[in-house]
Design a protein around this ligand. Structure first.
Ligand code: F6P
Length: 541
């Protein structure tokens, strides 16, 4: 039997052999042998400092990973993305989200047509609309300024703007509130609407397709809420929309100045840079959002031009591949030690797992490997919940620790405690504790209190959580995921795996409305679960 074309590559085989050779080497020893290890394996770019010296790598690992990236055509793939090539082949689309943060005069084209004039025009319209809301020039139907912004969307039309809005909360205009509704569970919408003044509320319906069931349902309920309180004529003053589907938005009743475009060359999980970020622009202002774009643009220039061994997205991508494919890591833990970044794990879950959670390569052949499970939470909460497994669980999981050096109290006592905890976690994971350190511990407890250590982490620090630094951080992860997809031979820009569930949910709609005959063609579990729901409905529960 011949092996997989990826794993039989000499570059892959060399890494496999190298992993074997490194098996008995502990990170403690690597630090002891090289006092300069931090400088050797850390990288500063603008306000960002990335320390990857606590990763289980050596100089040789880096060289071999670079060779794998080169062999897998990462350079050509990167160039194709920036050139607007239709690299999302299964949907016949480009993946040109970098155009959204291209603030230079540089043209960026899809099929030879420069998209930048449309991008710039949309940016100007978003800024003007946001300014009118902020200044109270665009009012609600009763003449009140709109001060409560509710974004209705799901997936990339929700997670990106919600994360960025929370991260930039210190930049919100005084008196402005932002809320995000995604779930078709009525409880979420009710929680958001409860206590809101309809006359001062603007709903943003964010949906690339304008056909997503959850968003359509919630948008319809929100419209009814406005109609109930202010009458049908008020809808046009209290709704804005972002979509590629202008007809869908118009059919809903949103037209003219309140509709903003999207393009099929922007994937949902890469769309926060587009008009999907409207809620952020309204809350923080166009200048702040422009700084966010500038940070993304700076990372784009770095990714596009830096050699692989000095290219942060490439370095982090290849370290991830090293763990997934050669050290057997099943997951990646994302651990922001910053309250404002606490939603980052959710955003990265979609970015990474929807992009690289694939079963076939771009040509339809089975994969050799694909992306890790991504999970995480804000620190130091995580320390008091799942970190036990990170320290002593049998399958080491690499971690990304992320923090801003200055917080709400500057570099004050709260930050001391927070960052001290974070630094200590990276140290504990790396060093571990051997039984010889436990001489004073009763022998029967020594095994329980010892830690293997040798567990990898990267630490990403920014001076402060500025819009610019945030833009750099998100673009860094976007490009990292893309590079990994290139190495694995995956199309990182489609998401066919979510379609079957949507189709089956649609086909169950008549059954949930009572047409039980349809259930005969379903398996007994699905039929039984629907029957339980119908019985509850009959009991008016
Ligand atoms: O179902 C997955 C998905 O297609 C995501 O990729 C996307 O971000 C989300 O649904 C929402 O889609 P839309 O913006 O079209 O409503």
């Amino acid at each position: 039997m011949t092996g997989h074309p990826l794993t039989t590559l000499p570059a892959w085989q060399a890494l496999a052999a190298h992993a074997g050779a490194l098996q008995g080497v502990h990170l403690r020893d690597l630090f002891a042998a090289d006092p300069d290890r931090f400088h050797r394996f850390s990288f500063a770019l603008g306000p960002l400092l990335v320390d990857y010296s606590k990763q289980r790598i050596t100089q040789e690992t880096v060289g071999l990973l670079k060779e794998l990236a080169r062999t897998r055509g990462v350079g050509a793939g990167r160039a194709a993305m920036f050139a607007g090539t239709r690299i999302n082949a299964t949907e016949n689309r480009a993946a040109l989200h970098v155009a959204l943060r291209n603030r230079a005069e540089r043209p960026m084209a899809v099929d030879g047509a420069d998209v930048m004039p449309q991008v710039r025009a949309a940016r100007a319209r978003i800024a003007a609309f946001a300014e009118k809301i902020r200044k109270g020039e665009w009012t609600g139907a009763t003449g009140k300024p709109l001060r409560h912004i509710v974004n209705i969307g799901i997936g990339g039309s929700h997670l990106g703007p919600m994360f960025v809005a929370e991260a930039l909360k210190d930049y919100w205009q005084d008196g402005m509130t932002l809320a995000f509704v995604s779930n078709p569970d009525r409880a979420q919408l009710d929680d958001v609407l409860n206590g809101l003044d309809p006359g001062a509320t603007l709903f943003i319906v964010a949906s690339k397709t304008f056909t997503t069931a959850e968003t359509s349902l919630n948008a319809g309920l929100a419209r009814q809420w406005i109609i109930d309180h202010l009458g049908p004529e008020a809808v046009g003053r209290h709704f804005a929309a972002i979509s590629t589907n202008l007809k869908g938005a118009a059919d809903f009743g949103i037209t003219g100045d309140a509709v903003f475009p999207m393009w099929d060359w922007v994937g949902g999980r890469y769309s926060v840079w587009s008009a999907i970020g409207l809620s952020v622009v309204i809350a923080c202002g166009a200048e702040t959002f422009d700084q966010f774009l500038a940070g993304g643009e700076a990372m784009d220039r770095h990714f596009e031009t830096a050699p692989f061994d000095a290219n942060l997205p490439v370095i982090l991508a290849m370290i991830g591949i090293w763990h997934t494919d050669f050290l057997g890591a099943p997951a990646l833990a994302v651990l922001p030690y910053d309250h404002r970044l606490r939603l980052l794990p959710f955003h990265l879950q979609q970015l990474d797992m929807e992009s690289n959670g694939k079963g076939v390569m771009s040509d339809g052949a089975p994969i050799a490997s694909s992306g890790p499970i991504v999970f995480g939470t804000g620190g130091s909460d995580g320390q008091h919940s799942f970190f036990q497994l990170l320290h002593q669980g049998p399958k080491p999981i690499p971690c990304d620790f992320i923090a801003a050096l200055k917080g709400a109290d500057g570099a004050g006592p709260s930050r001391d405690l927070l960052l001290g905890n974070m630094f200590a976690q990276t140290e504990a994971l790396m060093r571990g504790r051997v039984t010889s350190d436990l001489a004073a511990t009763p022998p029967e407890l020594q095994a329980h209190r010892s830690f293997s250590g040798n567990r990898s982490s990267s630490t990403l620090l920014v001076e402060e959580l500025s819009p610019y630094a945030l833009g750099m951080l998100i673009a860094l992860y976007e490009h990292k995921v893309f590079v990994q997809g290139l190495v694995w031979g995956i199309n990182s820009f489609d998401q066919w795996g979510v379609e079957l569930g949507k189709e089956l949910a649609k086909s169950l709609e008549p059954a949930l409305a009572g047409d039980t005959a349809l259930l005969q063609s379903r398996d007994s579990s699905t039929a039984g679960l629907v029957a339980a729901y119908l019985a509850a409905k009959a009991r008016k529960l």
